[in-house]
Write a protein that binds this ligand. Structure first.
Ligand SMILES: [Zn+2]
Length: 51
């Protein structure tokens, strides 16, 4: 099942696996949010199953 993260900036990150989602959320945070660091736990907390 896909998971998505709706970032407060309006971006949506979507991935098929937890590892991929975490990596994409971390890359998004680093590139779009000025080097912001997000842990695995934080990324998973933000994630929701895609309806
Ligand atoms: Zn964002």
């Amino acid at each position: 099942m896909s998971k998505i993260v709706n970032c407060p900036c309006g971006a949506t990150v979507r991935a098929e696996t937890d590892d991929e989602l975490i990596s994409q959320v971390q890359t998004h945070a680093r590139e779009i949010h000025d080097g912001m660091v997000i842990s695995r736990e934080q990324a998973l907390e933000m994630a929701k199953p895609e309806a």
